[in-house]
Design a protein around this ligand. Sequence first.
Ligand SMILES: [Zn+2]
Ligand SMILES: [Zn+2]
Length: 346
Amino acid sequence: MLTAKAYAAPSATEPLVPLTIERRDVGPKDVLIAIRYAGICHSDIHTVREEWGPITFPQVVGHEIVGEVTEVGSEVTKHSVGDRVGVGCMVNSCRECEQCRAGNEHYCLGGNTQTYASVDRDGTITQGGYSTHVVVDEDFVLTVPEALPYDAVAPLLCAGITTYSPLARWNTGPGSRVAVVGMGGLGHLGVKIAVAMGAEVTVLSRSESKKDDALAFGAVRHVATGDDGALEALRGSFDLIINTVSAPLPMDAYLATLRPEGALVNVGAPPQPLPVSVFSLIIGGRSLAGSNIGSIRETQEMLDFCAEHGIAPETELISADRINEAYERVLNSDVRYRFVIDTATL
Ligand SMILES: [Zn+2]
Ligand SMILES: [Zn+2]
């Protein structure tokens, strides 16, 4: 066993604390990564506070990981010692089901192995990226292009792929009219990526506070949805809406802003069911859909796309002793737009 320094949640109600954890020995297909930076995703907070169900403690979270390969197993061919690599939301899958064989391991029929709080193939609970080291099967390790800024790239591994995948699946390109609802960690990357794909992008957010940023990221328009009549004025405007908001929104009012055969894709997840009038879908043949991260192949494609187009997350770099404070700020939407932990401070 290898040991690693980490920051862990001792329970659902206590602050995170420093902890030494064990990592498995490097197997034939494994890569040992010295983690340099780890992003803080809202999912980390939901998980450690057991808002998405019970977990086993202590738990280290973090699924936006970048670092360097420091050791490889005897059968590893995809990565070498010294490579800059990344790990996102999953670290394994069954490899045998139709989805895995088709390269859609994120939709593995048996459920993929999540980077943290998931049962690993050796029966242990996976521990995430707020840590100095991690051992991961090479097939779930991404190559991080050197052109991407090392201390800011980590959020692409979750927030980046979560928005890139639906934009790509719905064929976003020049001429596409795309709306991004909510401009937080996910939304700000959705805007940058959609703009780089050639789309005309509108940001729909509650207030005017992020308008200047939205336009700086390349959006052509920012609409404050809290204003009276704001959505009504946008009827029939968009081919695709990416909804990153995890609070319930009036679905019918948003669906009405789609053009015929347009789609509203949810990547934010409100805990409660949303009421929808089926007429909102039938009229204009619109779709209401969801999307969950992306495949490993697609995640690599996204990293290469971001490198090519100079897209990087907007981040605030913090030391490990500020993780608990950062959680409170995430909950208050007080971050532009993602916290990244410098793991040298663990
Ligand atoms: Zn995430
Ligand atoms: Zn599978």
